[in-house]
Design a protein around this ligand. Structure first.
Ligand code: ADP
Ligand code: ZN
Ligand code: ZN
Length: 745
């Protein structure tokens, strides 16, 4: 028997598979997915590896033998291992990096469970009482105290015996040796939601539009068919209810479901809707969980204690099989793409997983990404559309305010327009709620010298520092560097430093100035950094503790408050002024989503969008909630300019602390692509090498090359070759290859 083993080689990002002979004595324990220790290299040093497959024989002679099997269970199941292997090949990372995604922290490197050790009395009470007395007389007081404590309670955790009852760890062990007590390890489970808090709900009677989709889903789930479906449903059309009923069907079939939502909309509200319907059959995975909590959730999934996993991107690797449906809500969201290695996109992984599981893949959004909608239109997905709100409620009435007129016409210096002020006032008077959205946190978005024009930048990044008023600090939103505020220009020493740009802190101050009695809640990274911060703010807002919820992206998605009737977008332009071919797509989606927070109950909603470019077609189309028109426009532009979905973009970035070295590597890389492009017509356009728009982050210089190609998969072999060669070189320059990146900075 021969095992194919991938070694845990921290220096290399690309794996090689090695054959090892399985010695007789280990043949029962070696299977796909187990960790093994193997001799490697000239010195036969021991290296850890994972068995990825098993064969009868090998084409190589004189194989070395596996030295030992580590642990008793495979790191993950064979299906998940297959998924990880696929990820490692597709995204240029090692299998170990991929497996990290599929296992909770600590799992792949050895088990680190949250457990508690307990001692239980083995003796009868009378005997124990007698022995305690003897021990006490002998001077073994700690042992005596432990027995006396156990006389009362029979079983107690170690910690309690030591801290409260006067025992010691040595004494506990001594008693065990003598056979007076038994020691056990109990797993403690940390819960991430309180099931009792949520009222049980049952399925709503579906609207006619919902019914069509639900019936179709039930049919494919029943027939255990593989199908890719895209659901476009306007905000408030009841997409979540469709998910819930489809999952109900999946559970009825004895199968499991994965429900992905973007991190940002993984609000307590969303979790509540799932727990209310499915009780403790739900596991929840998001980035705010502690390692211990995360570990418990993964364990529950692995042990088959739950049927539904609700989670952000990484939950696509949830460790269970027998999957009946995989759902991605808000499919267009950027957070589905990982920005660190492995740079995977959850849609791609979901597609692969659905294929391996032979199950339904459902993507949903009010504003599908142009690429996915195109795929649906061209037959790759079955397309369903829900165009009405569940209660036949109207879409919010959207007003566009020209901010140029505010300053020059109305002499209104406030970042809040007269129109929006007036609407907020109305809401305050009738006791209805308002959500305000601004893309920037902090007080002022940059600090600049009036004398010499210098902008105060982060010392480590080519990025302006943001002013935070309360603590009088400047902070870099890229690397987190903070420093005391400046009173003098760091460049010319002038004291004419001035604050520009508006962040959420400043708007909060402005709101309190204009509406002194309004109760304002601010939700951004600064106010939610503490655990549960998010939840606390939303709960306060929902319970009527505030009139206005002001925040960054966090307030734009997933919130379903029936008494919010007004939404304000304070600076639409900051969301559009992005140097990326998807700027319009993102702007449209953002405005549609945020406006969709208004009027979800019985009272019609309204929205105000403030902008310096009121004629901008994206803003105009968002005002009319016209996705189809937006898409028709956009797809023509994409085709004309040759952008995705009509091509793939390959983004190659070289980074390092020595700018000359980085530049040299990037230039050499560039030349290789030039010569490749002369032979191979797959890659048809190249930009760079040139410094990236943000030329330096955390003291690391960044040079990029952008390639457009017909099919990234066809370029894979060559990219891999380049990557492997670079890895061998071991220079101080890092290379990143990203296929269809979500950010090109
Ligand atoms: P979407 O995800 O499409 O924005 P939601 O699923 O959040 O919409 O639904 C909006 C609101 O409508 C929720 O409060 C939900 O409980 C309610 N709802 C959805 N479908 C129905 C239905 N068939 N009957 C009654 N209420 C419904
Ligand atoms: Zn200056
Ligand atoms: Zn910085």
């Amino acid at each position: 028997m021969v095992a194919q083993v991938v070694l845990n080689n921290k220096e290399q990002n690309i794996d090689k598979v090695f054959d090892y002979a399985v010695p007789e004595g280990l043949s029962g324990r070696v299977s796909v997915g187990v960790r093994v220790s193997v001799p490697f290299g000239w010195g036969n040093r021991r290296v850890e590896g994972i068995v990825v497959s098993i064969s009868e024989a090998s084409e190589y002679k004189n194989l070395k033998e596996i030295a030992a099997v580590i642990g008793n269970v495979p790191v993950c199941d064979p299906e998940i291992l297959e998924l990880c292997l696929w990820v490692s090949r597709k995204y240029f990372c090692s299998l170990y990096q991929a497996i990290k995604l599929a296992t909770p922290p600590g799992m792949s490197s050895g088990v680190r469970e949250k457990s508690v050790k307990t001692a239980t009395l083995k003796l009868g009470r009378e005997a124990a009482f007698g022995i305690a007395g003897v021990l006490r007389d002998k001077g073994a007081v700690a042992q005596a105290k432990i027995l006396e404590a156990l006389l009362m309670c029979e079983t107690l955790p170690f910690a309690k015996l030591v801290r409260e009852k006067g025992g010691t760890y040595d004494a506990i062990r001594a008693l065990e040796k003598k056979g007076y007590i038994t020691i056990e390890t109990e797993q403690i489970e940390r819960t991430v939601y309180d099931e009792k808090k949520y009222e049980k709900t049952v399925a709503y009677k579906p609207t006619p539009e919902q019914k069509t989709v639900i019936e179709h889903l039930e049919k494919v789930i029943e027939e255990e068919k593989k199908e890719k479906i895209l659901l476009r449903g306007v905000t408030g059309s009841g997409k979540t209810e469709v998910f819930l009923q489809a999952i109900e069907k999946v559970i009825e079939k004895g199968k499991n479901a994965i429900m992905l939502v973007p991190e940002i909309s993984l609000t307590p509200q969303m979790v509540q809707r799932f727990v209310s319907r499915f009780g403790n059959k739900v596991a929840v995975i998001h980035s705010a969980l502690s390692n211990g909590e995360r570990f418990d959730q993964w364990n529950k999934i692995r042990n088959g204690e739950v049927k539904v996993v609700v989670g952000a991107r990484s939950a696509i690797f949830a460790p269970f099989g027998n999957i009946g449906i995989i759902i991605l809500d808000e499919e267009h969201e950027n957070s589905y793409k990982s920005e660190t290695s492995p740079r995977y996109h959850a849609i791609d992984v979901a597609e692969k997983r659905a294929e391996l599981e032979n199950c339904v893949l459902l993507l949903a959004s009010a504003t599908p990404s142009v690429s996915e909608y195109y795929r649906a239109k061209t037959g790759e997905y079955t397309l369903f559309e829900m165009t009405k709100r569940y209660n036949e409620g109207k879409m919010p009435e959207v007003d566009i305010v020209d901010m140029r007129g505010e300053l020059f016409g109305k002499k209104n210096m406030s970042p809040i327009s007269e129109k929006l002020q007036c609407e907020i006032q109305k809401n305050l008077e009738i006791g209805q709620k308002t959500i305000l959205f601004l893309n920037r946190r902090g007080y002022s978005t940059f600090v600049s010298c009036r004398e010499c024009g210098e902008v105060v930048n982060c010392p480590d990044c080519s990025i302006a520092m943001t002013y935070h008023k309360g603590k009088d600090l400047l902070s870099c939103h890229y690397c987190g560097y903070t420093q005391r505020n400046v009173t003098e220009c760091p460049s010319c020493g002038s004291s004419y430093v001035k604050y520009f740009g508006t962040g959420t802190q400043k708007i909060e101050e402005e709101l309190l100035r204009i509406f002194p009695s309004a109760r304002v809640l601010r939700m951004d990274t600064d106010t939610t950094s503490q655990k549960g911060g998010h939840e606390r703010i939303l709960e306060e807002f929902s319970k009527g503790g505030a009139d206005i919820l002001l925040g960054t992206q966090m307030v734009t998605k997933g919130l379903d408050f029936h008494d919010v009737t007004l939404v304000g977008v304070l600076a639409a332009d900051t969301s559009l002024a992005v140097d990326d071919f998807r700027a319009n797509e993102r702007g449209f989606s953002l405005f549609t989503q945020v406006c969709g927070r208004a009027g979800r109950g019985d009272i019609a909603g309204r929205a105000v969008i403030q902008t310096y470019q009121p004629q901008n077609s994206t803003i105009q189309l968002a005002r009319n909630h016209d996705y189809t028109a937006f898409y028709e426009n956009e797809i023509i532009q994409r085709k004309r300019l040759n952008y995705p979905p009509f091509c793939d973009i390959i983004y190659i970035m070289a980074t390092g602390e020595n700018e000359d070295e980085v530049k040299t590597v990037a230039e050499e890389m560039g030349k290789r692509f030039d010569s490749l492009m002369r032979k191979d017509k797959n890659i048809f356009s190249k930009v760079g090498p040139a410094p990236a728009p943000i030329a330096k982050i955390k003291n690391s210089y960044r040079y990029r090359i952008l390639l457009k190609c017909k099919d990234a998969n066809a370029a894979h072999g060559f990219l891999r070759e380049i990557y492997e060669e670079h890895e061998k070189g071991r220079s101080g320059v890092f290379l990143t290859i990203d296929i269809n990146p979500v950010s090109m900075y």
